[in-house]
Design a protein. Sequence first.
Length: 395
Amino acid sequence: MARYDTQVGIVGAGPAGLMLSHLLHLNGVHSIVLEVKTRTYCEERVRAGVLEHTSVQMLREAGVAERLDREGLRHEGIEIGLNGVRHRIPFVELTGKCVTVYGQQEIVKDLISKRLADGGDLRFECGDLALEGIATEKPRIRVNKDGDMDEISCEYIAGCDGFHGISRGAFPEGTLKIYERTYPFAWLGILVEAPPSQEELVYMHHERGFALYSMRSPNITRLYLQCTPDEDIAKWTDDRIWSELHNRLSCADGWRPTEGRIVQKGVTGMRSFVAEPLQTGRLFLAGDAAHIVPPTGAKGMNLAFADVFYLSEAMGAFYRNGDTERLESYSATCLRRIWKAQRFSWWMTSLLHRFENEPAFDRKRQLAELEYVVTSKAAATSLAENYVGLPLDGM
């Protein structure tokens, strides 16, 4: 059995785990990152793409924003469509801040490259992992790859391994409280080889269901259709997808999304999920291991970055001067932001989607609220403040 020692063992090489490893490195703290998937899988998995103002600032201050600043798409607002008419929410005018579109897989590539250049210990294709001794001062991560066992002795463990990872399940029975909501619809998403025909995202409310027009790069667009959670993707031919997108997204001014070759399609369920607390013993949760938001509000990756910012600051304070106060308050600190993001994501989702068999009163109320949001500066400012990202304590 091979044995290794580190200060922080990090489970998961997604944005949360990689960013945490990098921030710890900047604080002089050693970490080992363990990932069960291949490096290629992590670098090519297409997920979120909208970065809050605060997340961009964090990446810049951490020295990993060179390509982001060169290739990222700065968005100074979004458009909300109602009755075939687009209404712009001007973020910069209302808040002085903007968002940046830059794919999660690109951030993962940048962080992996930076960690390796800095001598970081990243281990992909690890095999089966198990967490042991999290209530002790020396927790361990056991790695079993095809019968070859490794043991990594840590001082702390960060569970950044997503919703289906092992970290949350390592909490003692009865110590976690789960809050969740499953929505009665999903998103059928496609990735298209076509240059964007709009400079900003279009959130379209339509009687046939919600649709979203977005992009990932100057040559790739990303589009979504509201569908049923059990939608059979095999029944959605390319022609059917484009027909429905044009139906829902076409506007009175003649704008339509540009078609192109569909290179990826899939169905994503919609749910809200929070596990409390985010810490037990020497184990801390961050990112999707702790919370899931519906993608309507573009908060998933941004919440993960906020988690690891707080965790890295807390661990940095501990290793610099033995201060444990921030570590002890990590869960409470993160949850205040998490629940604000959950509220906003739920609100955006409820505002824009059609709910099957909804009472006529609720339908009329929803339309009235949409009209209020796109015509009231106060309502638009509230949306903009939440979308570009609430302030992050300590930045």
